[in-house]
Write a protein that binds this ligand. Structure first.
Ligand SMILES: NC(=O)c1ccc[n+]([C@@H]2O[C@H](COP(=O)([O-])OP(=O)(O)OC[C@H]3O[C@@H](n4cnc5c(N)ncnc54)[C@H](O)[C@@H]3O)[C@@H](O)[C@H]2O)c1
Length: 319
């Protein structure tokens, strides 16, 4: 039995506690940001409004504080959205703990000063001297995980033994874990698939979407290699695996569908998805300045077309 702290009481952080608890670990969850999640997780019933279930009674809610991070945990899991990474990086920097960290967050960050794209683990390592960071990615809708639908995900760490140790304490019959040393490839794929899910969603027939799917994989392979990940990782769970689930049903492909129907990004967002976070859009705004400057546009034509649509609010033309 290990002591696990999950930081982030959103859909994914909360869902992730289910396999952890099932493996007889002592699991605590904390929420540093959202009043709504704090209210729900600290209530007796632990009803989670995005997951639409009562979370297990065994799950312990802890108020977020720097002192909480100082307590002895065997594993700290970060399940905040990309916006929370700077915050948690600063919190962890204050401490000199060596606790292994597992990151569920997907995304990339553009560091303007160095004109460099950083993965989340690179961004955290910059701040957090412990360096013991693994990432978990792959096709895993939070809503399906809480219902114990079988899925496979991948944990990456250059030190594969640490990844395997984490896998051992969290895997269940329905939560199957693979391992990889290619931490950069896994992180790049899991972030850019949100952009390609939008592109595939824009296809207005299965035929069109299928050909966009195939072209998306070629671009993902190119980008993964460019950022020094392994091309083959694109064909794994963090790449094609996660792309399928995002393209088949998710907020990115839903937005893509509106773009494919001829709506501009702003009008589709306002009309159909005013309260939804579209992670692919956020990533476009984050990485476009770098990609447009540094990358051969002919190698990623679909991505460039989506940039134009989102940044300049133009109609999406994929032909
Ligand atoms: N939902 C899924 O099925 C799923 C699956 C796999 C991975 N993920 C990844 O997990 C991450 C979280 O996704 P989610 O679905 O739980 O999102 P969510 O919106 O349900 O929760 C977001 C979490 O981030 C916190 N947060 C938001 N803005 C913050 C800020 N400025 N500072 C500090 N904390 C902040 C929120 O309070 C909450 O804990 C994302 O990166 C997502 O890609 C989600």
């Amino acid at each position: 039995m290990k002591k696990i702290l999950v930081i982030g009481g959103g859909a994914m952080g909360s869902a992730f506690t289910i396999p952890c608890l099932e493996n007889k670990n002592k699991v605590s969850i904390t929420e540093p940001y959202s009043k709504n999640f704090i209210k729900e997780l600290s209530s007796k019933k632990k009803y989670h409004s995005s997951l639409q279930i009562n979370l297990p009674k065994k799950l312990k809610f802890r108020k977020f504080s720097t002192n909480l991070l100082r307590e002895k945990f065997d594993l700290i899991v970060i399940a905040l959205s990309l916006k929370g990474i700077d915050f948690i990086g600063k919190e962890l920097k204050k401490l000199k703990i060596k606790t292994p960290i597992l990151v569920l967050t997907k995304g990339l960050k553009y560091e303007k000063k160095k004109n460099k794209i950083l993965t989340i683990s690179e961004q955290l390592k910059k701040n957090y001297n412990g360096m013991n960071i693994s990432v978990l990615k792959g096709p895993c809708l939070a809503k399906e995980l809480v219902r114990k639908n079988q899925t496979s995900v991948i944990i990456a760490n250059k030190n594969i033994k640490i990844a395997q140790w984490i896998g051992n304490i969290i895997s269940t019959k329905y939560y199957i874990i693979e391992f990889s040393k290619d931490i950069i490839g896994v992180e790049v794929c899991s972030a850019i698939k949100n952009i390609y899910a939008m592109i595939i969603g824009a296809g207005q027939s299965l035929n069109t979407s299928s050909s966009l799917f195939q072209k998306s994989i070629i671009e993902m392979k190119y980008l993964t290699k460019y950022f020094k990940g392994k091309e083959l990782t694109t064909l794994g769970l963090a790449g094609v695996g996660d792309l399928y689930v995002s393209a088949a049903g998710g907020r990115n492909s839903k937005m893509g569908n509106y773009l494919g129907k001829g709506f501009t990004f702003k009008s589709a967002k306002k009309k159909f998805m005013p309260k939804d976070t579209v992670e692919g859009e956020q990533l476009v705004r984050e990485i476009a300045p770098f990609i447009l400057k540094k990358i051969n546009k002919k190698k990623v034509p679909l991505m460039i077309k989506l940039f134009r649509t989102i940044i300049n609010n133009k109609k999406l033309i994929l032909r």
